[in-house]
Write a protein that binds this ligand. Structure first.
Ligand code: SAM
Ligand code: SF4
Ligand code: F3S
Length: 445
């Protein structure tokens, strides 16, 4: 029995920018296959997709509790198709349908290009599907050309991770590192630029681990790719995320020196300031290595703003290790950072270690680190007051009559401006620093 063709799609996305990128591709796929209309609530949908993240604790519980809500909707609309994709789907596989039998489809991050066919089979045959394979074929070859009209566009250049940090699920959920051919990346960037994008952010779990086939048939590293993307007509700003300290090479440092279009902002996760903990995390570098890289980068690009990721309370982290982390934060002077309490993730080597730091101590360390980071972020914003910086306006602020934009080093700026200026880059004199953003006035030329 075939159910009626679905008309509407609701998609809920958790996790990193890779997931946001994947969700956009899923919407495009489903739109081109079924002409589906995207709706704002699950109650209106004929197909509900969840794109899940399993990087930190309670990820699975969040998914099951959201699914509980969808179950009620399905009781009212038995034709509703519910699919769970992303990293929790990859890890949990068949367990999802065992625990939530009303879920029709479970699919991993490497199989979503088959969504229309899978949904079709579910409609025709009323079966349940679990597809968490990691096929060799390039899923990118099966995706339609991106159709979105974003001023700022994300383009995935590589997938997966081979670093196997002991705390992290990503190598298991996303599979091994796989770089897209440069010609495909350049074509996607060109397409974005022709459709109105002026800024491109290259995406991957370790973008600077990129090793793909170049347009000359040679293997390109990340820096070579950056130089090629930087040449594309219409591009005003180039960014990337996330990079790994181990893969910062001469070429990348030179790119920051040579390419003004490469914006002076770098998110370079370090996780800890303690050599002992870095080793236990299997990060592959020491604190001194990290500091040396930062020095070289700042030498090449003195206006470079830095951000990072930190984990506190990794198994065995003592007071002295944590003090080293605080000291590193002060020494580098990060403008911002994401700070997390360590949570053991199933299947990772660190989950075998005794989770030795008591929850209260983890919490206290996290509060201290967040306090220090807040103070450093505030100072970084205050240093901008009085400066004139180029702001790319990309949307409306909540405040009526204001636009919102970004400085080259990724700080948010609000300014009174005509909506026609969206998409333009203008000099703005910064007049005020708020907690997490700036206010400025457009310089009248
Ligand atoms: N590939 C990037 C890297 O190496 O930094 C980012 C990977 S992960 C999606 C983003 C951040 O989540 C990590 O940098 C780390 O700080 C945090 N994270 C990963 N696993 C974690 C865990 N088990 N507990 C707490 N935080 C974790
Ligand atoms: Fe996870 Fe480490 Fe890979 Fe980053 S480099 S995705 S933290 S295993
Ligand atoms: Fe989460 Fe998977 Fe991204 S675990 S952070 S959605 S790669």
């Amino acid at each position: 029995m075939t159910t009626a063709s679905p008309d509407t799609l609701f998609i809920k996305t958790y996790g990193c920018q890779m997931n946001s990128y994947d969700s956009e591709r899923m919407v495009e796929l489903m739109q081109s296959a079924y002409g589906l209309r995207l709706v704002a609530t699950p109650e209106e949908a004929d197909v509900i997709l969840m794109n899940t993240c399993s990087v930190r604790e309670k990820a699975e519980e969040k998914v099951y509790s959201e699914l509980g809500r969808y179950r009620k909707i399905k009781q009212r609309n038995p034709h509703l198709i519910i699919g769970v994709g992303g990293c929790v789907a990859q890890q949990e596989g068949k367990r999802i349908q065992q625990r939530a039998p009303f879920v029709d489809l479970v699919f991993g991050p490497q199989t979503y290009h088959q969504l229309p066919q899978m949904v079709n089979r579910i409609r025709r045959e009323r079966i349940k599907i679990t597809n968490v394979e990691m096929p060799e074929i390039e899923k990118f070859d099966h995706l339609p050309k991106p159709a979105g009209h974003h001023l700022s566009s994300f383009v995935t250049i590589m997938e997966g991770c081979d670093k196997f940090c002991t705390f992290c699920v990503v190598p298991y959920t996303r599979g091994e590192e796989l770089s897209r051919p440069a010609a495909d990346i350049l074509a996607e960037c060109r397409n974005r630029l022709e459709n109105g994008a002026v800024e491109i952010t290259l995406l991957g779990q370790n973008v600077n681990g990129y090793r793909g086939v170049g347009t000359d048939g040679e293997e390109w590293d990340f820096a070579t790719l950056l130089y090629a993307v930087a040449e594309l007509p219409g591009l005003q700003r180039l960014r990337f995320t996330t990079s790994h300290p181990l893969e910062v090479n001469e070429g990348l440092i030179e790119a920051f020196r040579d390419l003004p279009i490469l914006m002076p902002f770098l998110h370079l996760p370090v996780q800890s300031g303690s050599d002992r903990i870095l080793k236990a995390m299997h990060r592959g570098h020491t604190r001194a290595d990290y500091l040396r890289i930062i020095d070289q980068l700042r030498d090449a690009r003195p206006d470079l703003a830095l951000s990072s990721d930190f984990i506190v309370g990794f198994p065995g982290e003592g007071d002295a290790d944590f003090a080293n982390t605080l000291e590193l934060v002060r020494e580098v002077g990060f403008d911002s950072a994401y700070c997390f309490n360590y949570s053991p993730r199933p299947g990772t080597p660190a989950a075998e270690l005794q989770d030795s730091v008591p929850q209260a101590v983890k919490q206290q360390r996290l509060t201290e680190l967040l306090g220090l980071m807040r103070e450093q972020s505030r100072q970084a914003l205050e240093r901008q007051v009085g400066r004139t910086v180029k702001v790319l306006f990309d949307g409306h602020s909540k405040q009526e009559g204001d636009l919102i934009g970004r400085t080259p080093d990724y700080k948010i700026v609000h300014a009174r401006a005509n909506p026609r200026l969206i998409g333009h880059t203008l000099p703005v004199t910064i007049t005020r620093a708020y907690g997490q953003s700036l206010r400025g006035e457009i310089v009248v030329q």
